[in-house]
Write a protein that binds this ligand. Structure first.
Ligand code: 5RP
Length: 261
């Protein structure tokens, strides 16, 4: 394993490296977005190269699609795939019930569509993202640009009546202009600090005109794979409550760290 990787990147790599073992020959796999998911895509590319397994991927962003193509991972659209066997993705927060906040990387809409079209969603993460209550990480809400201020006002009004600790919202920016998702939408980040009833909030947000989707993933994730800097892995299964602990052997993984051509 590369000595230059930071501890957090090593933990992300460990989780990603273990999670690709869930991928079986012939599977249709949703490919998540973000730095942890990027390790997973690289590890999958390596498995395809080494083992010759036949896998098709459905990417959740143009970034992931570009990375997967550069690794010669065959891609299809969700329309072509119709359903997926498995999606592997990162998260910004997860709680004891494996509910998540996602969308820090701005891809929550495609990520939720792809995850909910999958038989199983596996989240790859480091331990620092576990929380007792969701909400420390700002909750992303994707809104269409038309009348976005009105949608934002309604989000703030809604938050006034919800069980949350903070109610401030900000329009996500990039290089001094509003950040645009792959669909050309804006993201309103909600600084809630603590969400009392994430399920109720997820439902209510999506009733607001102009809101396309929110970053709360409730009852979507089946399994969380938690990696640590030394290759220790904890796998939590949300369906049967089982917790498995393993030690990864990284020797032989050096090809994953080769710079992409
Ligand atoms: C992108 C996401 C990411 O999965 C999430 O932000 C975690 O990213 P990272 O793995 O870089 O910490 O939801 O929309």
């Amino acid at each position: 394993m590369s000595a230059e990787l930071s501890p957090i990147e090593k933990a992300k790599f460990a989780a990603a490296r273990r999670a690709v073992d869930f991928i079986e020959d012939g599977m249709r796999v949703g490919l998540g977005t973000g730095s942890t998911a990027a390790w997973m895509v690289r590890c999958l590319g390596e498995r395809i190269r080494r083992e010759g397994i036949t896998v098709v991927g459905v990417p959740t962003s143009t970034r992931t699609a570009d990375l997967a193509r550069s690794l010669d991972i065959p891609l299809i659209t969700l329309e072509e795939a119709k359903f997926l066997d498995l999606t592997i993705d990162g998260a910004d927060e997860f709680d004891a019930d494996l509910n998540l906040i996602k969308g820090g990387g701005g891809a929550l809409l495609q990520e939720k569509i792809v995850a909910t079209a999958s038989n199983r969603m596996v989240v790859i993460t480091d331990a620092a993202k576990e929380v007792s209550h969701l909400g420390t990480f700002p909750l992303p809400v994707e809104v269409i640009p038309f009348g976005w201020q009105s949608s934002r006002n309604q989000i703030e009004e809604l938050l006034g009546g919800m069980d949350v600790l903070g109610r401030q919202t900000t329009l996500r920016m990039q290089d001094d202009v509003a950040y645009r998702t792959d669909e050309g939408n804006f993201i309103v980040d909600c600084h809630l600090n603590k969400i009392g009833d994430a399920r109720a909030l997820a439902i209510a947000l999506n009733q607001i005109a102009g809101v396309v989707e929110n970053g709360l993933f409730i009852d979507i994730c089946d399994t969380v794979v938690i990696g640590d800097v030394n290759g220790k892995i904890e796998i939590r299964d949300g369906n049967d409550g089982r917790v498995t602990r393993e030690q990864l052997d990284f020797s032989g993984d050096t090809a994953v760290f080769t710079p992409l051509g």
